[in-house]
Each structure stands twice: as structure tokens, then as C-alpha cells.
Write a new protein. Structure first.
Length: 171
């Protein structure tokens, strides 16, 4: 789903946007619909992390999924996501200091919940009843995400997985 489509859902007045304080990303819910996405704030946080870890750039999956027509009322420019990445990398390259943005006002914060005993080992998270990672949207709706596993692909190690963003570091 594109960023401009997510903005349209948010601006429709239906559903709600929740900020996951652990993953530092927003997600939108409306009934059984759950959409995890990046916004300008979450991307600024990720760029700050990339720079602090010594990475030299970022990858974008598909350029047309940004808000290229400036339809999001909260954006003050076209391509807000791409420009956030570009601006952060330029500031870092020129020796500037990146600052962590604040969570947007009016956003709820996700409350972590557990549905029973959990066990961690061998690179996965599991539940005795059903494996997976669960989000609970303030007690009303539960959302199941796919299993998180540590994967090795050729000589690359997936170091951290967050919605819409995979960070890869050579071993």
C-alpha cells in the first residue's frame, strides 16, 4: 500500500494510527485492516541509526509509493519520505548532527501484551499455543505478524527487521 493511500485512510476519519514505541514506526488499524508503514518521523529515526552505525546509504523499494502529488495534508512537500532520507544523509555527509524527532501529537502508543508463556531460543519467538508475534491494539483487536527468524543469505546477515525496512550488514 502506498504512503498516499495510507494518508487517505488516516484523513478519512476512520480507524486510528498507533505508534509502536518499540519498533519506532506507526501502524494504522480499521476493523480487521492493519497496515504497518513508515512516515517522515520513523524514517528520520532510521536514518539517524544508519548514520550512527556507519552505513553510507539507504535503499528504497519503489519510488512511486511515496506521496508524489503532495496529497497528504501533514506533508509540506512532494516525496516527503524520499526527501526525509535524502535530507538526513546530506546533513550527515556534511558533518551535521541529526536529531531524533518527537512522536507526532495525537498518536496512541502501543501497549505490549502477552498471550501466555513465551520462550526465546534458536533465533525465533514462540508461544506454546500459536507461534508468531502479536500486537494488541489497546485491548480491542489482535494482529498476528509472521514469525521472526534469524536468516543467513549468502554472506549477508539480516541484522534487524522492522515493518517496511530491512537492514542488512555483511558478516
Amino acid at each position: 500500500m502506498s504512503y498516499y493511500e495510507i494518508c487517505a485512510l488516516q484523513e478519512s476519519g476512520k480507524g486510528q494510527t498507533v505508534y509502536d514505541s518499540e519498533q519506532m514506526v506507526p501502524y494504522y488499524t480499521d476493523g480487521s485492516l492493519w497496515v504497518g508503514f513508515d512516515d517522515e518521523v520513523s524514517l528520520a529515526i532510521k536514518i539517524e541509526w544508519l548514520v550512527s552505525e556507519g552505513y553510507g546509504g539507504a535503499m528504497v523499494w519503489a519510488l512511486p509509493l511515496d506521496d508524489f502529488r503532495q496529497t497528504c495534508s501533514k506533508s509540506n512537500r512532494k516525496f516527503p519520505l524520499l526527501n526525509t532520507i535524502k535530507d538526513g544523509l546530506i546533513i550527515a555527509e556534511n558533518g551535521g548532527t541529526l536529531t531524533t524527532p518527537a512522536i507526532p501529537t495525537g498518536m496512541f502508543t502501543a501497549v505490549p501484551t502477552t498471550s501466555g508463556p513465551t520462550k526465546q531460543g534458536r533465533g525465533r519467538i514462540s508461544n506454546k499455543d500459536r507461534e508468531g508475534v502479536w500486537f494488541n491494539d489497546t485491548g480491542r483487536n489482535k494482529f498476528r505478524l509472521p514469525m521472526l527468524r534469524q536468516n543467513t543469505v549468502d554472506s549477508m546477515l539480516i541484522q534487524k527487521i522492522v515493518p517496511n525496512f530491512i537492514i542488512v550488514k555483511e558478516e
